[in-house]
Design a protein around this ligand. Structure first.
Ligand code: ZN
Length: 241
């Protein structure tokens, strides 16, 4: 087989390897994006929970305040019952009225705070439902990605074995070396020289001598004789007819 053809076969496997390697690099990034999106939903849930906690704590605080005021009224009333003078009795009545007024205000606040509870609870349950749904989706997506990573790795292993075989078939060490050096910088390395004499890699028109060499190379290959490296004068890619 002509050496150019063995290089093209090697390049075909290398093309698949490049794609698999790119995918292998991209897959964890996609997974990370999804996980980051989920943590945003999780933050919403935490905020809703904190809001609910705050609302119920407010109710408890008013409840405790109201209880303290009730105790105080009770205490004032028991002291009042022991008083002898009218003047003192009236002073206590005024105090009891004042504290009772405070109690009423506090109880009204408590009722208002209780009115806020259902909506705070609803925000939490909505956020929880959204989180659960998203998490299910993200978990499934991540599991799929993991599966894909495993299969890409397996495919890559196969390709590497195939590459080793194909590389052995490239009989000319000069061609092989040239190809291996160039493939990290220019891709693809082996490209056709079009009928118009243009490099199919960088699209530069080649001097007639290059076209002549490529034609001669084709002939050498057909006759089973050693071929020479014909390279693009601009990008250095190996050209063939
Ligand atoms: Zn070129």
């Amino acid at each position: 087989m002509a050496v150019i053809q063995t290089l093209i076969d090697l390049q075909e496997v290398d093309g698949r390897i490049r794609e698999l390697e790119l995918e292998l690099k991209d897959l964890p990034r996609r997974k990370a994006l999804e996980t980051a999106r989920l943590s945003g939903v999780s933050a919403d849930l935490e905020a809703a929970k904190a809001g609910q906690e705050y609302a119920s704590q407010r109710v408890k605080n008013y409840e405790a305040d109201a209880q303290a005021l009730k105790d105080k009224i009770q205490q004032l009333k028991s002291t009042q019952a022991t008083l002898k003078s009218n003047k003192e009795y009236q002073q206590y009545s005024i105090q009891i009225d004042l504290v009772s007024h405070d109690l009423e205000t506090t109880e009204n606040s408590q009722i208002a705070a209780m009115d806020d509870l259902p909506s705070a609870e609803k925000r939490t349950s909505d956020a929880q439902a959204k989180f659960d749904a998203e998490k299910g989706g993200v978990d499934a997506f991540c599991a799929e990605i993991d599966e894909r990573i495993a299969s890409v790795k397996a495919e890559l292993d196969e390709c590497m074995k195939e590459r080793a075989e194909k590389a052995k078939l490239v009989a000319d060490p000069q061609f092989k070396l040239y190809y291996e050096r160039l493939r990290t910088k220019r891709w693809p390395v082996v490209v056709s020289l079009t009928h118009e004499g243009v490099c199919d890699g960088c699209h530069l028109v080649q001097p007639p001598s290059v076209a002549q060499m490529a034609d001669a190379n084709e002939k050498l290959g057909n006759e089973g004789r050693p071929q020479r490296i014909v390279a693009c004068t601009m990008c250095g890619r190996i050209l063939y007819r």
